[in-house]
Design a protein around this ligand. Structure first.
Ligand code: MIC
Ligand code: SF4
Length: 655
């Protein structure tokens, strides 16, 4: 029974708690209402699900999206689409067909409900928090286990209360507010935390604007982002023809937050994240008139009707600068339809923009890579080096109005630099009725069909690791710095991303952009360890960043800190994550050093949270810290989730 004033995150968690105590940092297990996988994360998630030998998905609403890799340069992309579609059909998932839109946008518009919990095999699953629900990004195998009926396992997050005040000024967007928060919190300030929004200013943000802010919690490393379910959510669900899904939800009066921040919307100005990190935020004025080659307006962050219609107003009666390519991509086909009906698409075309299909594409380097050394202004969420597909391009992140003004002038500019009267933008209102057409959402949820899984030649057997070695003797194959992203580990772009279901081929590309010799060296060493600084593995949820290194013999990652999703991916693939007890010891290790962790199982099971490694090359001891749940220890001892399941079912997976 509830004894104290709860914040909304605590309320949702307590409603879903199946095991554990709600004490910050301790392990909790939550009942999950829905899952999300897509054509890139879903391939491994369904291979994992198949390995579990379960006939039918056990969560009430599983959704499978074909949205990420729509380029189809050869058979492999559509082989993956066909595979996830066959799995959706066989195991009972809703399928959102290619063309329907980006998973997060379709999910909050058509599927999510206030008060529920989503486990998504995608780092931006917290976008659903715009509806007053808890969306958590996980690795694909964790989502397979949840589809199989397991609860979601999490460390109870600390809840940061973000008090929202005031109203955005004309020409300033929700993206600018998200960038302001990133500047305050940095790319690791949200780790272990949920960002919960409350206060009088929340009502001045529509659901799509809230989705933009919730989405970028991922860039702060946050476990999730949660808005209240209030009148704006009711209006949105009503406009989507599903008012019956509405449930009013807010924090109790007097609810306590671990930390509080004030976001005063009226003080936010047009802003930009300069390369190569989303937290390198400046005002557009401070950043100066950087000359631009390409502008991309779209993605799960800023592809809503509201975003694109406002960008179209900035372009009204104006033309895209001759040196700029302007790409516009609606986040889903409902948005596309509305832009057609209200004349915005005509405005884009008259201005000289190029309209693209509804999907992820350029955001992840799948098409529209900028030219060599080029500058791209994007409304997406990540500007990591190389993510756009061009290693030496510079990506600046802005809101849609700023991006449109930039496209007109050819250099980084504010909307006020091209429009005399910014209040004209206020003509774009949240629609009272969205055109609802779910004909590309196929509901295989209720009934499974005895169809075969259709695997193309690119979908290979999953490599499975053996049990944890008694002694881990391994050479340092890479000494990396801070904030290494999973885009650094698995480079984006069609060449590599289409290899994701083929681990032997994919592993050749690991760290290719930052250390082209990695794969050869890892093979030569046989057993190796990666040493890294802070926030290792931040960014996308792709578990290939763990399975690839596992395949090449990486046994442990020794870092100052490791991001939440990547840490659990490492464990799922039997790689031991260890943190430096003294961050200064990082300096005393060099690439190529030989490290030894004697009696690894004994040390991990020792239970005091410490482990000892020895640098055999320098003769120096390196104390490390570990903190594993009982389940995580079992996984590590078994060699990862698949061998663990195999051991449990004895025959589920063939190692
Ligand atoms: C991304 O934005 O990096 C992706 C592609 O959506 C990933 C998912 C994946 O790599 O499978 C994410 O954010 O988790
Ligand atoms: Fe797609 Fe980009 Fe959003 Fe990832 S961040 S889901 S690639 S649009």
């Amino acid at each position: 029974m509830k004894k104290y004033a709860q914040n909304l995150t605590e309320k949702i968690i307590s409603e879903h708690l199946v095991r554990g105590r709600m004490e910050t940092g301790t392990e909790i297990f939550l009942k999950v209402d829905s899952t999300l996988v897509h054509d890139m994360s879903g391939t491994l998630a369904y291979i994992g699900f198949e390995a579990m030998g379960i006939d039918k998905i056990q969560v009430p609403a599983a959704v499978t999206f074909q949205d990420h890799n729509l380029v189809a340069m050869d058979h492999r992309s559509l082989d993956d689409h066909r595979f996830v579609a066959s799995a959706a059909r066989r195991y009972g998932s809703i399928l959102s067909k290619a063309g329907n839109g980006i998973c997060h946008s379709v999910y909050y518009s058509r599927i999510g409900r206030p008060g529920t919990v989503l486990a998504g095999a995608d780092s931006h699953s917290a976008t659903a928090g715009a509806l007053g629900m808890l969306g958590v990004g996980l690795g694909g195998l964790d989502v397979s286990a949840i589809m199989g009926g397991e609860p979601m396992e999490l460390k109870m997050p600390a809840v940061i209360g973000v008090e929202v005040k005031g109203r955005l000024k004309p020409g300033v967007s929700a993206k600018d507010a998200a960038l302001w928060l990133l500047k305050q919190l940095s790319v690791k300030g949200g780790v272990g935390k949920v960002l919960e929004y409350f206060g009088e200013g929340v009502e001045n943000l529509s659901v799509p604007q809230r989705a933009t802010i919730a989405n970028m919690g991922a860039e702060m490393g946050a476990t999730s982002s949660v808005f209240p379910a209030d009148e704006a959510v009711r209006r949105f669900l009503k406009a989507q023809g599903r008012e019956e899904d509405y449930l009013e939800l807010a924090a109790d009066p007097g609810a306590v937050y671990r930390l509080r921040l004030t976001l005063d919307l009226s003080r936010i100005v047009p802003s930009v994240a300069v390369p190569p990190m989303p937290d390198q935020v400046k005002s557009v004025r401070e950043a100066g008139p950087v000359k631009v080659d390409q502008v991309y307006i779209g993605s799960c962050t800023n592809g809503s009707y509201y975003d694109l219609a406002r960008a179209a107003r900035v372009l009204e009666g104006r033309r895209v600068h001759p040196d700029v390519n302007l790409l516009v991509s609606p986040s889903n086909r409902q948005v596309y339809q509305m832009l057609l009906e209200d004349g915005s698409i005509g405005q884009f075309i008259r201005a000289g923009a190029r309209i693209m299909e509804c999907g992820c594409g350029p955001c992840i380097g799948l098409g529209q890579a900028p030219p060599t050394g080029g500058v791209s202004v994007r409304t997406s969420n990540r500007n990591y080096r190389g993510r756009c597909g061009t290693a030496d391009a510079s990506v600046y992140l802005t809101g849609p109005e700023t991006a449109a003004a930039t496209a007109v002038l050819g250099y980084l500019a504010e909307p006020g630099d091209v429009m005399e009267d910014l209040t004209e933008l206020e003509r774009v209102a949240e629609p009272e009725k969205y055109p609802v057409d779910d004909s590309l959402l196929f509901c295989y949820g209720q009934k499974t069909e005895q169809t075969e899984l259709i695997k193309g030649p690119n979908i290979r057997e999953m490599p499975v690791k053996g049990p944890l070695d008694a002694n881990i003797g391994a050479r340092v194959v890479l000494k990396a710095g801070d904030n290494i992203t999973t885009d650094d580990i698995i480079p984006p772009g069609p060449e590599v991303l289409t290899l994701r279901p083929n681990i032997p081929a994919l592993s050749r590309y690991l760290f290719q952009k930052i250390d082209p010799g990695f794969a050869d060296r890892a093979e030569e060493y046989g057993c190796s360890v990666i040493v890294a600084g802070e926030n290792y593995g931040q960014g996308s949820s792709r578990e290939h960043a763990a399975i690839g290194p596992m395949y090449l013999g990486v046994k442990a990652v020794l870092a100052k800190s490791i991001s939440r999703i990547h840490r659990s991916n490492l464990i799922n693939y039997g790689i031991v994550p260890v943190l430096f007890a003294h961050p200064a010891d990082y300096e005393a290790i060099s690439a190529g050093d030989e490290l030894m962790m004697e009696d690894a199982p004994g040390q991990l099971l020792g239970g005091d949270g410490t482990v000892r490694l020895r640098n055999l090359t320098t003769g120096r001891d390196i104390p490390g810290t570990v903190s594993f749940t009982d389940k995580e220890l079992e996984l590590l001892l078994a060699g990862g989730l698949l061998p663990y399941i195999h051991n449990r079912h004895n025959g589920g997976v063939k190692p």
